[in-house]
Design a protein around this ligand. Structure first.
Ligand SMILES: Cc1cc2nc3c(=O)[nH]c(=O)nc-3n(C[C@H](O)[C@H](O)[C@H](O)COP(=O)(O)O)c2cc1C
Length: 154
């Protein structure tokens, strides 16, 4: 199953999202692709593709969003993965809605905290230090096996 899943990621701040998707890939065998390499990939060959980034200014990375919303190479089933300082569900709402308006089925969303030193938070040593941690990664692996695995059987 996992061979047919890929995640395209952007991780600009501390490599938090990259750490998360690498850990998920190591435990599940999914493929991870940095955004800059995604343009040359035949993504329609995957059963499901995830889009992963940090949250910057309440949103997914704008280049990842532009790619996802403009390309015709993504499969029907997509999912979202993100790390953020505040770890709020609402950060995925806009992206999810736009993907559905484009005709995709958003089959799952996984998020966890990510170490943040943006702006004034640097002065206090940052927030969510150490995240994603091992538990965040383990839960991300479970998300792929259960939630995404199940959605792909439908
Ligand atoms: C420019 C910038 C804007 C950010 N905006 C938010 C935000 O709106 N909400 C939030 O919870 N975290 C915010 N963060 C924190 C990041 O989402 C968090 O550190 C994330 O794990 C970064 O992922 P990355 O290391 O993969 O880039 C921001 C960080 C940066 C650098």
């Amino acid at each position: 199953m996992s061979k047919n899943i890929a995640v395209i990621y952007v991780s600009r701040h501390h490599g938090n999202t990259e750490k998360l998707v690498r850990g998920i890939a190591a435990g599940t065998g999914i493929r991870i692709i940095p955004l800059e390499k995604a343009f040359e990939e035949n993504l329609s060959g995957y059963d499901a593709v995830g889009l992963a980034s940090g949250i910057y200014g309440f949103s997914f990375d704008p280049e990842l969003a532009a790619f996802a919303l403009q390309t015709d190479k993504l499969p029907h089933k997509v999912f979202l993965v993100y790390t953020s300082a505040m770890d709020k569900d609402r950060f995925a709402l806009e992206m999810s809605k736009k993907l559905e308006q484009k005709g995709h089925e958003v089959i799952g969303i996984y998020h966890c905290k990510g170490y943040n030193t943006f702006g004034p938070f640097k002065l206090i040593g940052g927030t969510a230090k150490g995240h994603p941690d091992e538990e965040d990664i383990r839960k991300g692996q479970d998300f792929i096996r259960r939630k995404i695995g199940l959605a792909m059987q439908k």
